[in-house]
Write a protein that binds this ligand. Structure first.
Ligand code: SF4
Length: 393
């Protein structure tokens, strides 16, 4: 039986005591979705020390927290790394000393008119299919559409987007994102993915970004996995920012996706107060790789309105990277990224371990190498070109 989201289900919010006894596997993901807390006052008592933020916060970005996520939050610690990600604070009401933008990545400029396709790179497209998420992150880069919809992504817009992919034979990589594509029913996902696979056989890599796997793990069901497997979705990128988000339930649903042959990757946003510590990052990435999920990107926080207090300075991001490379398993070390303003694209943040320098006598160059412990060695051979002669004479 295919599922339909029952948004009409009467909202019954769980009290603290009910939440303690609550088993997220006891009801459908749709019912849990309908039980989300959507105002800070609703969480008062469920959690202590709730900030009474100004209502203007809601005009910029709504609040939504699933019971599952609320249960993971520390009741008494306002600095709990999960609370910080989802509960608004007075910081959102303050103005930073620089301009913040709602479309700082310039996605609207690269959107194909009449569609929800962002076509920035030659052979791949971002297909924004939904503008809803299970739980809303205060630092969201797409605040302009997630929770502040100009109207949800319309069915016709999705159809035109699929037309665009079908008609552009050079597109070989399609990333479904949003919002969260998994807020759709299995039935709707089946239609969209099926249309891409049938009408665009030139698409070689079909992937999806979803934080719902983490925020509402029961969304991952055998029925969903069957749909993803049927349409050969090769990769799902999940989004975790702190190892407290990794639970036995999440692990079991990740395993379910893996059994359906889906590769899993991790993306993380570098957030002040949440994970800007070497110890937290090491633990997060090692727990992730233990699950068989490959850490892919750590993004710097985008300069979106109401998120400036999360920004970790570039120099600190370099230090964090240096605290990983060499210190934990190589495959557990993700690439650190800044998304360039105005649509410049993803740019790696990489400390300099290998540097080419001119020799003092002007005869050429040498290469100076530094390892993760700070030991250095000079490799003059790497500064030379040992090209072989083109003839034997
Ligand atoms: S899950 Fe992603 S798209 Fe949704 S609110 Fe969080 S950051 Fe934004």
């Amino acid at each position: 039986m295919l599922q339909k989201v029952d948004f009409a289900t009467p909202k019954t919010l769980l009290t603290y005591e009910e939440l303690q006894a609550y088993d997220p596997e006891s009801e459908s993901w749709q019912k849990q979705f309908a039980r989300r807390y959507t105002h800070h006052s609703q969480l008062d008592g469920v959690l202590n020390h709730i900030e009474n933020v100004n209502e203007t916060v809601y005009s910029k970005f709504a609040i939504a927290v699933t019971p599952y996520m609320a249960k993971l939050m520390d009741r008494d610690d306002p600095n709990c790394p999960i609370r910080l990600q989802y509960l608004p604070t007075f910081h959102e009401e303050t103005k930073p000393g620089f301009a913040t933008m709602l479309d700082q990545l310039g996605e609207e400029g690269d959107t194909v008119p009449g569609t929800s396709i962002v076509h920035r790179y030659p052979r791949r497209v971002l297909f924004l299919v939904s503008n809803t998420c299970a739980t809303l992150c205060r630092f969201c880069t797409r605040k302009r559409m997630v929770s502040q919809p100009k109207g949800s992504v319309h069915k016709d817009e999705i159809e035109r987007s699929i037309d665009y992919i079908a008609n552009n034979k050079n597109i070989e990589d399609v990333l479904l994102s949003g919002g969260d594509p998994l807020t759709f029913t299995d039935e709707r996902l089946d239609e969209i993915l099926g249309a891409i696979r049938t009408r665009a056989p030139h698409v070689r890599f079909l992937r999806m970004g979803s934080r719902m796997v983490v925020q509402l793990p029961t969304r991952v069901t055998p029925e969903l996995c069957a749909v993803l497997e049927k349409h050969r979705v090769q990769m799902v990128n999940i989004h975790i920012n702190h190892h407290k988000e990794i639970t036995p339930l999440l692990r079991s649903r990740v395993k379910m996706l893996q059994k359906a042959g889906i590769m899993l990757g991790l993306q993380t946003v570098c957030l002040k107060g949440v994970n800007d510590s070497v110890e937290v990052m090491r633990e997060l990435f090692m727990q992730t790789i233990e699950m068989g999920v490959r850490p892919y990107y750590v993004y710097s926080t985008d300069m979106v309105e109401g998120a400036h207090h999360f920004i970790v300075p570039h120099r600190r991001m370099l230090e964090l990277y240096e605290g990983l490379r060499g210190w934990i398993s190589g495959p557990a070390v993700p690439t650190f990224i800044v998304d360039g303003l105005g649509g410049l694209g993803k740019l790696p943040i990489i400390p300099s371990y290998v540097r080419e320098e001119a020799l003092a006598d002007g005869s050429g160059t040498t290469v100076k190498c530094r390892n993760y412990k700070g030991m250095t060695v000079e490799m003059p051979g790497l500064g030379q070109d040992f090209s072989l002669p083109t003839t034997s004479n």
